[in-house]
Design a protein around this ligand. Sequence first.
Ligand SMILES: N[C@@H](CCC(=O)N[C@@H](CS)C(=O)NCC(=O)O)C(=O)O
Length: 187
Amino acid sequence: MPYRLVAVMPHTPEVDAIHPLGKIPALRHGDVTLCESRAICLYIDRAFDGPPLTSADPLAAARIEQWISIVTTAIDPLFLRQYVAAYIFPGTQDGSPNRPVIDAALPKMKPLFALLDRAVAATGHLAGHGFTLADMYLMPILYYMDKMPESRAMLRKTTHLASYFARHLARRSVAETLPPAMPGGRG
Ligand SMILES: N[C@@H](CCC(=O)N[C@@H](CS)C(=O)NCC(=O)O)C(=O)O
């Protein structure tokens, strides 16, 4: 769907007006306001025509939700909020990457890379045989993994996951939603 991205920080008045905790993303569509990414995706999926992001089949839909939940509760907190954050919001005096935080994350990330590698090995997707919302939750995380040195090496070693990432990165919808360059010249 066509959209207009308004780049605002969390806890600014525009965001606070929509999200009770001041978090992004937040959506405006006419008079509708919504927050929380899963709720926003549900609305977009059901309110507009186009290929479904999830499935009408109960078990297929549950498998998609299962992987969204694993990505949001196990992968995202470690990969993004601990590891990537230690590079881009390091909290160090000179702004250099926070090595203790990075070094603590790496051994915990390794088995999760292996888990994801196994998950996509059979069909090239996280759930079922097509590109779904579960893959849409994972792709942005892999995008950042490919930008940082240790995670890039881990990603390249997981052959199924690496080819999954390369294949889906070429999708038009992924290319059109790549984030702006990161601070420090990464990406
Ligand atoms: N469960 C939320 C998480 C959103 C979230 O954590 N957003 C971050 C930026 S990626 C944020 O706004 N952080 C500010 C804060 O937590 O105070 C969702 O899925 O939308």
